[in-house]
Design a protein around this ligand. Structure first.
Ligand SMILES: Nc1ncnc2c1ncn2[C@@H]1O[C@H](COP(=O)(O)OP(=O)(O)OP(=O)(O)O)[C@@H](O)[C@H]1O
Length: 249
């Protein structure tokens, strides 16, 4: 299990423009942090910094594991999959296994893939070509590929954005369950304020040059939200968050 995951005083400039400004926060094992904010605020950039793809000009990302290197699972914003891509779902998910340097799967690998496919409800898709799956099915498969690594940290970049509301709820609820059960520190970016209010334990609200982190209801209550979302949406999301807390959801 991860012992510490924190982002400390990060500054990121892209082409001379400051995208992230002195950003600091931490995420506990089993905690789900929702990340919201307007287009271009730097949300995806933040995930790329955590992945090590972008190096911050200042600050650090601290990730420590009790005995091994921490494993990060990542579901990017969109993945262009060629409809003709000749790869079956089972094989696609197996590509997520960490340190796969041998060209075959061990019995342990196979068990892990099977279990992950059961968890993500993708078993029935095992032999289907990845390119032929529906948007929702693909999203579950991408999640399975990230989860098969047994990640300590899970990064989701608007990974349910193109799904119908029922599928969005199902996947986000599944992620929350797994995150809690398996002590995964999860960061999920979403523009769906209802989803964030319902499932995030805490929220990071990121705008260019400013941020705030806190409980969903406190962050969403912030007056700035009305600029981003319709006031009625903010009101509804707040209700969801308050009711969720009341009933222990
Ligand atoms: N590789 C790049 N080259 C140039 N500019 C970039 C690059 N990556 C990001 N940016 C710029 O950095 C800013 C932040 O982008 P980022 O994708 O992190 O925003 P975001 O908050 O995830 O936005 P969205 O909600 O639209 O997905 C944007 O202005 C974007 O144009």
């Amino acid at each position: 299990m991860i012992e510490n995951f924190s982002v400390d005083h990060i500054d990121v400039y892209i082409n001379g423009e400051k995208i992230l400004d002195n950003l600091s926060f931490s995420v506990q094992p089993g905690e789900m942090l929702g990340i919201i904010g307007p287009n271009g605020a730097g949300k995806s950039t933040l995930l790329k910094v955590i992945l090590g793809v972008i190096k911050p000009q200042n600050g650090t990302v601290e990730m420590t594991h009790s005995d091994t290197r921490p494993i990060v699972g990542y579901v990017p914003q969109s993945r262009a999959i060629d409809e003709e891509m000749p790869i079956q779902t089972w094989d696609f998910i197996s590509l997520g296994l960490p340190h796969r340097i041998r060209p075959w799967l061990t019995k342990k690998d196979r068990i892990l893939i099977k279990e992950t496919m059961e968890l993500t409800d993708t078993s029935r898709l095992a032999k289907k070509s990845i390119g032929k799956l529906s948007g929702g099915e693909k999203q579950r498969v991408f999640l399975a590929q990230a989860l098969v690594r047994n990640p300590d940290v899970l990064l989701l970049d608007e990974s349910t954005a193109n799904l119908d509301p029922k599928a969005q709820e199902e996947i986000t609820s599944l992620v929350q369950e797994l995150c809690t059960e398996q002590h995964i520190s999860t960061l999920f970016i979403s523009h769906d304020i209802h989803l964030v209010a319902k499932y995030a334990h805490r929220v990071l609200y990121l705008t260019r040059g400013h941020y705030s982190v806190g409980r969903a209801q406190d962050i969403i209550e912030n007056a700035n939200m009305d600029v981003l979302y319709q006031p009625q949406h903010v009101h509804d999301a707040l209700q969801t968050s308050v009711e969720n807390r009341r009933y222990g959801g």
